[in-house]
Design a protein around this ligand. Structure first.
Ligand SMILES: Cc1ncc(COP(=O)(O)O)c(C=O)c1O
Length: 453
């Protein structure tokens, strides 16, 4: 028998999160207040986040202690298993060993609860009663609904309309965990009403849903807002993935040549990658690859610029690769990757050549996902299929180069609530969207008057 997985004991769970901000070789550009053009202060963020989370957002401390209450919830499914994908390796027939972290074992089915649990916890401690948020595919919304229920908070989720329609089971999960789920754009907010007035059939986007959730937060009592990706504190909480993976790989006595993840706002990718990026900064020879959709290719086609995180321009200006805050991506099934920007930390790592971005179209990603399901059994989320396409690509490169490689990647979630997407793919109904060049021009136009990083 070959060893298929490495499982850590409860007592071996990492007790601190790792903050890559402490090790970046060059300083990041600060987020700017859109009114003053000056770096945002903690007080600027206090209307939407509690101070304990703002401290993490702005922290340069390398290690941050995970509260016992958070660890206790993490133990419901963490440490997540590290698997060797022997069957997929056999199918690919390339000189690669493939290891992956299975984040699909969480109650919500993805990595998202890693951040949702601490966010609900810190809000509870700070006296928040109600949280608003947005969700793309519904993974984040369901994770936060569960976390809010665990800590006794009310939760309202604005869900991108196209996903709300494509994925009714995610809404049902949110409702089961006691949250309210609203299709966005909605007529509950001015931001939503503005979009509906111009585009009554808008499929929605994360940018629009964020505007709605923030507006709801700042116009309601005892309410804070929660973002499921992009910001520094979210990436910090996700570092538990990479920290566990390092322990597990150490137990096998193996170090990866390539570390990979799919990128929507950047949180699961940074989660697995940041401890390895730290090693790379300190001289280790490791390649780090982020996979994004070719229909929403912020890192591979967008400019690095200051831009808003949302359509209604309510967030600070963030230094990031962006397709413009008004970009509405094609309605691909990987709803969690339909975001116009990329986390400032991930964007910075790309600029510093610590991370290599690659883009894959929807058909390639589903081809890889179906191959995976038919060999390894687990059915991946459409978002996760992007990293699988990158793994296939990397394995083929290894074959061409005649080199043996160890690949480690993050299997960000299962696709059991996304079967309609597989149905459409198997029936030949999915399209391979590419971002047309005129869209890049439009993106540049949307941000041309903003400060330059
Ligand atoms: C399964 C899964 N993977 C990946 C993502 C992308 O998000 P992020 O880039 O923040 O990890 C999502 C987002 O909803 C998701 O649901």
């Amino acid at each position: 028998m070959e060893q298929v997985k490495v499982v850590l004991q409860d007592r071996e769970i990492p007790k601190k999160w790792y903050n890559i901000m402490a090790d970046l070789p060059t300083p990041m550009k600060p987020p700017l207040h859109p009114g003053t053009g000056q770096p945002v202060t903690p007080n600027d963020l206090a209307a939407i986040f509690p101070m304990n989370i703002i401290e993490h957002e702005t922290s340069n401390k390398r290690w941050i202690k995970i509260p016992d209450e958070v660890l206790q919830k993490y133990l419901l499914w963490r440490p997540s298993p590290l698997y060797r994908a022997y069957n997929f390796e056999k199918l690919l027939n390339c000189p690669v060993k493939i290891y992956y972290k299975n984040e699909g074992v969480s109650p919500a089915g993805s990595h998202k609860p890693n951040a949702a649990i601490p966010m609900a916890y810190y809000n509870k401690v700070a006296g928040t009663k109600r949280i608003t948020t947005e969700t793309g595919a519904g993974q984040w919304g369901s994770a936060l609904s569960m976390a809010c229920q665990m800590f006794g908070l009310i939760c309202r989720v604005y869900m991108v309309k196209i996903s709300y329609e494509q994925k009714p089971y995610r809404r049902m999960m949110m409702n089961t965990w006691g949250a309210e789920c609203i299709p966005s754009p909605s007529n509950l907010t001015q931001a939503g009403r503005n979009v509906l007035a111009e585009h009554p059939d808008s499929p929605g986007s994360l940018g629009i849903a964020i505007s709605e959730a923030i507006e709801d937060c700042v116009t309601s009592k005892d309410t804070k807002y929660s973002l499921g990706s992009v910001l520094n504190h979210v990436l910090l909480y996700q570092s538990i993935i990479g920290l566990e993976a390092q322990k597990q790989m150490q137990k096998l006595g193996i170090y990866p040549d390539v570390v990979m993840g799919c990128c929507g706002g950047g949180s699961n990718f940074a989660g697995i990658a940041s401890p390895f990026v730290c090693d790379k900064i300190h001289g280790k020879d490791v390649k780090i690859v982020g996979a994004e959709p070719s229909s929403c290719p912020s890192m591979t086609k967008g400019p690095f610029a200051y831009d808003f995180g949302d359509l209604a321009k309510t967030t600070p200006l963030l230094p990031m690769y962006t397709l413009g805050h008004d970009y509405v991506p094609a309605p691909i099934h990987a709803g969690g990757l339909r975001y116009h920007g990329m986390a400032p930390i991930v964007s910075h790592m790309v600029r510093e050549k610590l991370v290599e971005p690659r883009a894959y179209d929807q058909l390639k990603t589903f081809d890889a996902g179906v191959k995976w399901a038919r060999s390894e059994g687990f059915i991946p989320a459409p978002e996760t299929n992007h990293v699988l396409a990158a793994v296939v690509d990397e394995a083929m490169r290894a074959k061409e180069e005649g080199k043996e490689k160890v690949i480690l990647f993050n299997w960000s979630g299962h696709g059991l609530v996304d079967l309609a997407a597989y149905d459409a793919y198997l029936a030949g109904k999915l399209q391979a969207y590419e971002l047309p060049d005129h869209e890049v021009e439009r993106a540049l136009n949307a941000i041309k008057d903003f400060p330059k990083p």
